[in-house]
Design a protein around this ligand. Structure first.
Ligand code: PSV
Ligand code: MN
Ligand code: MN
Length: 426
């Protein structure tokens, strides 16, 4: 199923009147306080977020999985779903693939399909956290950190294969996330496991094409519950430095222990030019992978405030690769992703409103109250008219979920693909 610009434009007509007056009202207030609203709207419209191929089917927990009628059954259908999301929101102009779940059969066809939908291939993700059918070695006790040289070798080769696949698609980065760790004290030697990991990453880094980046993701626990080999940003940062200038840390919002100050981690990494990638989701307890902005929207805004500051002030830090890393077993995944895209752009737009100059002088004067007022003034602004305007500008839907439902997209997908589908992936 594809959505045409005309279908969306005709739905937009109904909402255009309300949007026009809301946008004008907000614009006037923002212009009065010195903002260039046209520029703000364009920056929001330009903000693109990659959709991970594994988020398009209903996710599961280790206790069960409830499939969603009309789930994508293969890579072509996943691309089609991201195309729908992009047509509706104008915010999802990229897809991030997990290999081997999404290994293409026909590269040319896949590239053409993506191009037609306005999508690029963002970071490639390797998978050494599951044993694949017919694999000679097991990852039961680790991959890049395994004490078995044969397992390590297999994991390194898999990553090299993922780079090759990515090159054929025009991707420019590889994300490595390791499930490696231990469930029990004494199970493994921390120092040796880290040393082996550094050595394996070095081999992958050596095979990286000149214009590629390596993103090293960290996570404190799960699936291992006592220790994880790359447990935190410090370990990832150390390994990235060990590898070289094309290696960076990747921050996944769900990969922190409760109450961690993630915005400060972002600031520290950007200060050192080492924040390469970002996975958005939200959480109450751990790596819950809930819809972005559904639990802690103010924390997300504070994180974006540091991201915006870093993008402006840390020229050594590359523009980060943005991706949603969330999955659900209760919502329609496409509706859920629309909600996440909206929450990300909303936090970004609010961060763009922060009066950085005023904040700096309030900080210099130790005016703590004023500092808080400046941040919260931006946070409390209802920026949704700007987001809608950004969509209108790019031919996307003023109200993406409303359009999705009015156009009965899920029913069409179900008619095409059937009720009992199982998306490949998690
Ligand atoms: C691991 O929890 C993670 O965040 C990594 O990014 C994986 O690639 C993804 O989730 C899917 O398992
Ligand atoms: Mn992640
Ligand atoms: Mn995760």
């Amino acid at each position: 199923m594809k959505l045409s610009k005309d279908q969306i434009a005709s739905l937009n007509k109904d909402a255009a009147g309300g949007q026009k007056s809301a946008y004008e009202f907000l614009s006037e207030a923002l212009e009065t306080s010195g903002h260039d609203v046209g520029d703000l709207t364009r920056q929001i419209a330009d903000f693109q977020i990659a959709i991970p191929s594994w988020a398009l089917g209903a996710g599961g927990t280790r206790f069960g999985r409830f499939s969603m009628p009309g789930e994508p059954r293969n890579l072509e259908e996943k691309l089609a779903d991201v195309g729908l999301l992009h047509a509706l929101t104008g915010a999802a102009g990229a897809i991030s693939l997990h290999i081997p779940w999404d290994t293409p059969e026909d590269y040319k066809a896949v590239r053409e399909q993506a191009e037609e939908a306005g999508l690029v291939f963002d970071a490639m993700n390797s998978n050494t956290f599951q044993d694949q059918k017919g694999a000679g070695e097991t990852y039961k006790f680790g991959s890049l950190s395994n004490s078995s040289e044969a397992s390590r070798q297999q994991a390194v080769e898999h990553n090299l294969e993922v780079i090759r696949i990515g090159e054929n698609l025009g991707s420019k980065s590889l994300t490595v996330w390791l499930a490696d760790g231990a469930n029990f004290p004494g199970q493994r030697n921390f120092q040796r496991a880290l040393d082996r990991t550094a050595d394996s990453l070095e081999k992958i880094y050596a095979a990286l094409p000149e214009d590629w980046k390596l993103f090293i993701e960290y996570k404190p626990y799960e699936p291992n519950f006592y220790s994880t080999v790359i447990q935190d940003w410090g370990t990832s940062f150390m390994l990235a430095n060990h590898c070289g200038p094309k290696a960076y840390t990747l921050v996944d919002l769900g990969h922190h222990l409760p109450n961690t100050n993630i915005e400060q981690i972002v600031a520290t990494l950007m200060y050192k030019g080492k924040l390469g990638g970002f996975h958005f989701n939200d959480s109450k307890y751990g790596d819950d992978d809930l819809t972005v902005g559904s639990i802690k929207p103010y924390a997300l805004f504070l994180i974006f405030n540091e991201l915006v500051y870093g993008i402006r002030n840390n020229p050594d830090n590359p523009y980060p690769a943005w991706m949603i890393d969330a999955s659900h077993n209760t919502k329609d995944p496409l509706e859920d992703l629309i909600q996440s895209l909206e929450a990300i752009r909303e936090a970004y737009a609010k961060a763009l409103l922060v009066d950085q100059k005023a904040l700096e002088s309030a900080q210099m004067e130790h005016d703590v109250v004023r500092c808080q007022e400046i941040l919260q003034d931006a946070y409390r602004t209802d920026v949704r008219p700007l987001l809608r305007q950004a969509r209108l500008l790019t031919g996307a839907a003023i109200d993406p979920i409303g359009a999705y439902r009015k156009l009965d997209v899920r029913r069409h997908l179900t008619d095409q693909r059937g009720r009992e589908t199982v998306a490949t992936g998690l």
